[in-house]
Design a protein around this ligand. Structure first.
Ligand code: BGC
Length: 765
């Protein structure tokens, strides 16, 4: 608190002092318009200072830790861990003071955030620093914050309002941690479960990803008040279907694929006012996204009207030279990136010097630098950083993990978990039950997912802890069979199998490990891709050996991407897909097992049977299964949009307001949904469209609307959708977006499975 007050006094005193002078800079006057303040500041800046705003570094603590623990060799050579070979934290402080740095990332404690801002106040123009962080499901890289379910988990709720509130709460904790910008939402369309980053996305459907992404963007940014942050639409574009499933590998795609699958979610973020974009690691049709003028300028700015700034991804400008080899030197790499439309370099030294030389040599126009700098400065004014860049530790302590956020984390987990199978109504279990809990993900923090640091144990409810709490009237025992799922046979299976028969039911928690603080044991997450999509290690053996002695097995999957084990589907009576449900995930899972919460999530990625079925998405073309594999069904293991409830919902036939639709119109589609069971529940009503005949081949169905409704037993509700004319459109042979006259089938129901949908025809005229 003391440090904060001193900083605030120093800051305000400096400000008052300047205001007292005759030449008080206009840019320091909060009463002036932001455009004028930016112009005024730019007019005072040297070229060096402008370039400085385009430079981002990792936080000082990170460097200091490295200076303390890393080997001399690493400090001199390793640029992967964010050490700057040959540069100390002391040097970085000098750079800030001389206006050569505009932004930092991964500042994970607020004392450091305040320290950095204090140093920035010593620079000539006192421009505050913009601090960015990967707060992608809560400000989870900071200790003691609320970890919300991961994006893929949240997407299974199909609840825009919930996601909006999660983003709002995240933004508040980001600001309380001293940062101002989150590298989220990730609005890539995830179409390959080998890719370790599926959990960072909202799934495989462009429409759903677009809507949920926009809910995040709006929740983060709000009106750019003191509890809001900048959002960042990433990674632009096409990184979620890498050629061999591994992160950053190339993407070759048709223009139609790019326009129909990859672009819509990004365009939607621009429409929602997103302030920043991050370019993707990969190349697109041979042109790296970081050097892609067409992508970053012609499409993003000219066509879509994006007015914010583009940040590079970690080391990707450098990779234009080192890996992608489109630049002969690092200097040329910087030239390509900046001229293509990258405004800020993440992260590290040398970019500054290279860009300065390039401008002086006339290879990058100074105007390009000024424009980049302008956009970055605008965000600093917008967020009020010139007025007060500091955080108050006492206030922050009140905000982190507060009651409201904790309740929201629990609500989000409850609404997102998906019940995949419940044979003979094994679930819910009775309170007095005698239950064994086991499995590698049963009693640890794997429910938190990627981009989280280890959180205090008391802030995380593991599945076992949740079970003990919710089944307080019964007996819940735990057998630790080990946690390493990356090694082939590391789990100890015998004890759990031997004791299984003593219990009424066994909950086996398996899946993947996305925790970055368990780096060597990770099986999922960033840069942890797989050639297979089954359970790793001897998890299946564990389940099988328990099942031999007790048939009442409930498999709970805690995982960051679809995992396919047909044996489990065929044999195990109850399966719960919990994804990575965050701080209170364990409690929500237990509530569902007990029946205190009726499961309502639905899958947002198809689960293919095996790698051989890839790419499997529900919105495939008809001919995709004209011939089928002789050794697999042509359907997936689990369908997009699928999920069970403890109640049943009956759908009436969909009714359309008009049989035909014209340009500029929208069409009303309604359906009556009735809860025909004995408990209250939420249903996610889905609407798909198929164009019957068109000039190019079209998907068998595409999601165009959805609604989540809560129904008491016996209650029915008329759910109404309004479908705009453009929902029937696509890119024709000339690549013009058109609606072709003709017949369309609208399908409404509870999942993307044909048998779950009821059709109604309309005509576009
Ligand atoms: C990831 C980005 C992330 C950045 C900063 C990169 O490796 O691809 O998504 O925002 O690191 O942590």
């Amino acid at each position: 608190m003391k440090i904060y007050l001193i900083s605030l006094l120093v800051f305000s005193f400096g400000f008052l002092f300047l205001r007292g002078e005759d030449d008080t800079p206009l840019y320091l006057d909060p009463k002036e318009r932001i455009e004028d303040r930016v112009d005024d500041l730019l007019s005072r800046m040297t070229l060096e200072e402008k370039i400085g705003q385009m430079c981002q570094y990792v936080g000082l603590e990170h460097l200091r830790k490295a200076e303390k623990y890393a080997s001399k060799e690493d400090l001199e050579n390793n640029d992967q861990q964010g050490y700057y070979p040959g540069i100390t934290s002391y040097d970085v402080i000098q750079y800030i003071e001389s206006g050569k740095i505009g932004s930092f990332l991964h500042v994970t404690n607020l004392e450091e955030a305040n320290e950095l801002q204090k140093i920035a106040q010593k620079s000539r123009l006192k421009i505050p620093l913009l601090l960015g962080i990967d707060a992608i499901h809560g400000n989870a890289l900071v200790k003691g914050t609320t970890v919300f379910p991961t994006q893929l988990t949240l997407s299974s709720s199909w609840d825009d309002d919930l996601l909006f509130r999660v983003a709002q709460a995240t933004a508040r904790e980001v600001r309380a941690g001293g940062s101002h910008w989150t590298f989220s939402p990730n609005v890539e369309v995830a179409r390959d479960p080998r890719w370790g980053r599926c959990g960072e996305t909202f799934g495989e459907d462009p429409f759903l990803v677009a809507q949920l992404g926009a809910a995040f963007t709006r929740g983060y940014q709000g009106n750019f008040g003191k509890d809001n942050v900048l959002a960042c639409a990433k990674h632009f574009v096409a990184g979620a279907e890498p050629v061999n499933g591994t992160n950053a590998s190339p993407m070759d795609a048709s223009k139609r694929q790019i326009r129909e699958i990859w672009f819509p979610p990004f365009k939607e973020q621009v429409d929602a006012g997103v302030k920043t974009f991050m370019a993707a690691h990969n190349d697109l049709n041979g042109v790296p996204c970081h050097a892609n003028h067409w992508l970053l300028n012609e499409v993003l700015r000219d066509e879509w009207g994006f007015e914010g700034f583009v940040v590079s991804d970690w080391m990707d400008i450098e990779r234009l030279h080192s890996e992608q080899k489109v630049a002969k030197t690092q200097k040329e790499a910087a030239k390509l990136a900046v001229n293509a439309g990258v405004d800020m370099h993440m992260h590290g030294p040398k970019f500054f010097e290279r860009l300065l030389e390039l401008v002086n040599e006339g290879k990058v126009p100074e105007e390009t630098v000024t424009n980049a700098c302008r956009k970055i400065l605008e965000t600093k004014f917008l967020l009020g950083l010139f007025e007060d860049p500091f955080v108050d530790p006492e206030e922050s302590a009140e905000i982190f993990f507060d009651k409201e956020s904790r309740e929201l984390a629990l609500e989000a987990a409850r609404k997102s978990i998906v019940l995949l199978k419940n044979e003979s109504q094994l679930l819910p279990l009775q309170d007095k039950a005698k239950i064994l809990v086991t499995g590698p993900n049963a009693n640890n923090q794997r429910t938190l997912g990627d981009w989280s640091q280890r959180q205090p144990d008391e802030n995380v409810t593991t599945v076992y802890e949740g079970m003990k709490k919710i089944f307080a009237g019964g007996q819940v025992d735990f057998i630790n069979c080990g946690t390493n799922i990356r090694k082939p046979a590391a789990l100890e299976t015998e004890e759990a199998a031997a004791k299984a028969a003593e219990y009424e039911a066994v909950v086996v928690v398996v899946g993947s490990n996305s925790l970055r603080f368990e780096r060597k044991e990770k099986t999922c997450g960033e840069n942890v891709d797989r050639a297979n999509i089954d359970l790793m290690g001897n998890q299946l053996e564990l389940i099988k050996s328990i099942y031999e002695n007790n048939k009442n097995v409930i498999v709970v999957l805690v995982n960051g991407r679809p995992l396919s084990e047909p044996w489990i589907k065929e044999n195990i009576p109850a399966i719960i897909e919990a994804w990575e449900p965050g701080s209170y995930g364990g409690e929500a899972i237990a509530e569902i097992i007990r029946g205190h919460v009726n499961p309502s999530g639905k899958l947002t990625m198809s689960f293919p049977y095996s790698v051989g079925q890839l790419v499997y998405t529900y919105n495939h073309k008809n001919m995709h299964y004209f011939h089928r594999h002789i050794d697999l069904p042509s359907s997936p293991l689990w369908h997009f949009g699928y999920g069970l409830s403890y109640t049943t919902f009956e759908y009436g036939a969909p009714v359309v307001e008009n049989k035909s639709i014209e340009k500029g119109d929208s069409i009303g589609v309604s359906v009556t949904v009735r809860n025909t069971g004995t408990v209250a529940g939420d249903e996610i009503v889905q609407l798909y469209v198929r164009d019957e005949f068109a000039s190019v081949t079209r998907p068998a169905k595409e999601l165009k609307a959805y609604q989540r409704v809560s129904l008491e037993p016996g209650e029915s509700r008329k759910v109404t959708f309004s479908l705009p004319y453009s929902a029937l459109g696509f890119y024709n042979r000339e690549m013009d977006f058109v609606v072709e006259p003709g017949e369309f089938t609208i399908m409404v129901g509870k999942s993307s499975k044909d048998e779950d949908l009821q059709p109604v025809k309309i005509k576009a005229v």
